[in-house]
Design a protein around this ligand. Structure first.
Ligand code: FAD
Length: 570
C-alpha cells in the first residue's frame, strides 16, 4: 500500500531548562543562593509542563466542566465536575506551592519572582487553572491587608496551603449584568442580619464568576440604604458551602458558553439571603478590593507572556521539522523574520511582567521607595493592557506559522488563540485600564518614577548595538510626556475628551517604551555576563516594532467613523 507523508508534530522539552529568557532573567535578578534553592522545583515544573501535563492537555482536549443542577430525586445540587486536567492541576498547584511560595517568607522580596516563575511554567499546560490561583492569591493578600484577624485566621491558612485537602480557592465576584467596567452600577443588595453578630444577608445575581468550585469569595454588594455608585458598595467575604459541601443559599444558574478558556467553569449565580461578612467597612468596596485586582492583573500579565512563550516554543520546534520548497521553515528567511518578530514581542512582554512582579515583591516586604510605590500602582494597569494585546497578536501569528494545522482543533493549537483573547477583556479591558492610567497620573508622581526607571535601564547600556534602541525608547517617552503635557494644559488628564480618546495609545506607548528599556537592560547584562547576544537581538528587533503609538487624530473623524455619522466634505 502506498504510504503517504505524515508530518511530525511539534514537541515540547523541559519548559524551564529550554527557556533561555526565563533562565537568564532569573540568573540576573535572583541572588545565587536563592536560585540554587528554587531551581530544582522550577526544573520539575518545567519537566511536567513539557511532558505529563502537556500530554494530558492534548488527551483531554474535548473534556469540559459539567454542571449538574438537580439530582435524580429532584434535589437542587448545583455540582460542577472539573476536567481531569483541572483536578490534577488543583492538586499540583497546592503541592508545588504555586501560591504558597509567595507567603512562606523564605525568599523575602524574591519570593514573588520565584512564585511567578513557577506560574509561568504551570500556566500554559493547565488550561488556565491560573485563573483560580490568581483570585486566590488576590483574596489572601486582600484579607491580610484588611487586618481582620478573624477572617485572616479562618481563610488565609487554607488559601495558602500546600496540602490539597486543605487548599481553598476564592472567587472574585464583581461583574453583574449592569456592568463589569462600570461596576458601581451593581445591584446586589446586602441586609444586616438582626442579632447576627456582624452577619449580612446578600440578594442578587453575579453575571461572571470564574472557577466556580471556589470555597470562598470576595464580592461587592450594596448595604441597604447606601448611596448609589461605587462608593456605596461594600466588600464582603462569604463561604460558598456548608460543612457537608452544599452551596449555602447560592444557585448556579448556568455555566458560560465561552469562546475560549473552556476548561474554566465560569458561572452565573444567584444569591438569596446568602450569609456574608463585611471586609473593611460598609462602603468603599471598589477601593477596598483594589489589592485583589492588583494581583489578578499581575497574574494576567505573567500568564499572557507565558502563553506567548508556549506558542513560540511550539512554532520554533515545528519550523525546524516542517519542510517547504526544499528547506525547513527555520531556514526560510521570511518565516525566520516572522518568528523573530514574535520572539521579540514575547521577550519584551516577559520583562515588563516580571518587572511588575519585582515591584510587588519589594512592596510586600517593605523594601520599596515611595516613588516606586507610585510606579507600582501605575504599572499594574499599563502592564496588563500592554501584554494582553501582545498575547493575541502573537497567538494569531503562531497559528499561521503552522499553516492549515494551526486551524485544526486536534492539534491543540487553536486554543492558544481562543484562550489569549480573554487577556485583554477580564480584569479590566484595554480602554478601561487606559483611563485608569490617566486618572492615576492625575493623582500621582508615577511618571517621574517611570522615567527614572527607564533612564536607569538605558544608562546601563553601553554596547554600541543597543544605542539606537535606547534612543527609540527615549523618543517614545518624550513624545508621551509632551502629549500628556498638552492634554493637561487643554483640560486636565482623565477629564477631557482629547485625553480620553488618546488614552489607549498613550498607555500602550508607556508600556512598550518600558518593555524596550527593560529588554535593553537585560541585553546588556546578558552580553556582559553570558556572552550571549540574543537578548540584544530581541531589543533591536523590538525597537523597530512600533514603540511610539501616539497619533494626532481628529475627533470629528473618529465620531464619523465609529458611529457612521455624517461628516461634511468641506
Ligand atoms: C471568561 C471570563 C471570565 C470572567 N470572570 C469574572 C469573574 O470571575 N469575576 C468578575 O467579576 N468578572 C468576571 N468577568 C467579567 C469581566 O471582568 C468583564 O466582562 C469585563 O470587566 C468587562 O465588563 P463588561 O463585560 O461589562 O463590558 P463593558 O463594560 O460593557 O465594556 C464594553 C466595551 O466598552 C468599553 N468601555 C467601557 N467603558 C468605557 C469607557 N469609559 N471608555 C471607553 N471604552 C469603554 C470596554 O473597553 C469594552 O470594549 C469575566 C469575563 C470573562 C470573559
Amino acid at each position: 500500500m502506498y504510504e503517504s507523508f505524515n508530518q511530525a508534530p511539534p514537541r515540547l522539552g523541559n519548559q524551564y531548562s529550554g527557556d533561555r529568557v526565563l533562565c537568564s532573567y532569573l540568573r540576573r535578578t535572583l541572588p545565587p543562593d536563592v536560585l540554587e534553592q528554587v531551581e530544582p522545583s522550577l526544573q520539575e515544573m518545567g519537566r511536567l509542563a513539557g511532558g505529563h501535563l502537556y500530554q494530558m492537555q492534548l488527551a483531554y482536549r474535548l473534556h469540559e466542566p459539567q454542571l449538574t443542577q438537580w439530582d435524580a430525586w429532584g434535589e437542587r445540587v448545583d455540582r460542577i465536575e472539573l476536567t481531569p486536567l483541572w483536578q490534577e492541576a488543583e492538586r499540583l498547584a497546592a503541592e508545588s506551592g504555586v501560591l504558597a511560595a509567595a507567603y512562606e517568607g523564605r525568599y523575602g522580596r524574591f519570593a514573588r519572582s520565584y512564585q511567578f516563575a513557577l506560574a509561568c511554567l504551570f500556566h500554559p499546560s493547565t488550561d488556565i487553572y491560573t485563573c483560580p490561583l490568581a483570585m486566590t492569591d488576590g483574596a489572601a493578600r486582600t484579607l491580610l491587608h484588611s487586618g481582620d484577624r478573624a477572617l485572616i485566621e479562618r481563610a488565609v491558612p487554607h488559601l495558602t496551603s500546600c496540602d490539597p485537602r486543605q487548599f481553598w480557592t476564592s472567587g472574585q465576584w464583581m461583574t453583574e449584568s449592569t456592568g463589569g467596567s462600570d461596576v458601581g452600577r451593581a445591584e446586589t443588595l446586602a441586609r444586616e442580619h438582626p442579632g447576627g453578630r456582624g452577619t449580612w444577608r446578600l440578594y442578587g445575581r453575579k453575571w461572571f464568576t470564574s472557577a466556580a468550585t471556589f470555597q470562598i469569595a470576595l464580592l461587592l454588594a450594596r448595604p441597604e440604604g447606601n448611596v448609589s455608585g461605587g462608593r456605596g458598595l461594600a466588600l464582603f467575604y462569604l463561604e460558598t458551602r456548608d460543612e457537608s459541601g452544599h452551596l449555602c443559599n447560592i444557585r448556579i444558574n448556568r455555566l458560560k458558553d465561552k469562546l475560549g478558556t473552556r476548561k474554566l467553569p465560569a458561572a452565573e449565580l444567584s444569591m438569596k439571603a446568602t450569609s456574608a461578612y463585611l471586609v473593611m467597612g460598609a462602603s468603599n468596596g471598589v477601593a477596598n478590593i483594589v489589592p485583589m485586582l492588583h494581583l489578578t492583573r499581575t497574574w494576567n500579565s505573567v500568564t499572557a507572556a507565558a502563553a506567548m512563550r508556549r506558542g513560540l516554543a511550539l512554532a520554533r520546534d515545528y519550523a525546524a521539522k516542517r519542510v517547504a520548497f526544499g528547506a525547513p521553515l527555520s531556514r526560510k528567511p521570511l518565516h525566520v523574520d516572522t518568528l523573530a518578530g514574535l520572539q521579540a514581542e514575547m521577550e519584551a512582554a516577559f520583562h515588563l511582567a516580571f518587572y511588575l512582579v519585582e515591584l510587588i515583591g519589594r512592596d510586600e516586604t517593605g523594601e520599596i521607595e515611595a516613588g516606586d510605590s507610585e510606579l507600582l500602582r501605575l504599572l499594574t494597569s499599563i502592564v496588563k493592557l500592554t501584554t494582553g494585546r501582545q498575547a493575541i497578536a502573537v497567538a494569531s501569528e503562531v497559528l499561521e506559522a503552522f499553516g492549515g494545522a494551526g486551524y485544526l482543533e486536534d492539534t491543540g493549537l487553536p486554543a492558544l488563540l481562543r484562550d489569549s483573547q480573554v487577556f485583554p477583556i477580564w480584569e479590566g479591558t484595554t480602554n478601561v485600564l487606559s483611563l485608569d492610567v490617566m486618572r492615576a497620573l492625575a493623582r500621582s508622581e508615577g511618571l517621574v518614577a517611570y522615567r527614572a526607571r527607564l533612564d536607569a535601564c538605558l544608562h546601563s547600556a553601553h554596547d554600541a548595538g543597543l544605542l539606537e534602541a535606547a534612543r527609540v525608547a527615549q523618543r517614545a517617552l518624550a513624545h508621551a510626556e509632551a502629549w500628556l503635557h498638552e492634554v493637561a494644559e487643554h483640560g486636565g488628564p482623565g477629564v477631557d475628551s482629547t485625553s480620553e480618546a488618546g488614552a489607549r495609545r498613550f498607555a500602550l506607548t508607556l508600556g512598550r517604551a518600558l518593555e524596550l528599556a527593560l529588554l535593553i537592560e537585560q541585553a546588556q547584562w546578558s552580553i556582559d555576563n553570558e556572552q550571549d547576544g540574543r537578548a540584544r537581538a530581541a531589543a533591536r528587533r523590538f525597537a523597530r516594532s512600533g514603540i511610539d503609538l501616539i497619533l494626532d487624530v481628529d475627533p470629528a473623524d473618529s465620531l464619523a467613523l465609529a458611529n457612521d455619522e455624517p461628516l461634511p466634505a468641506g
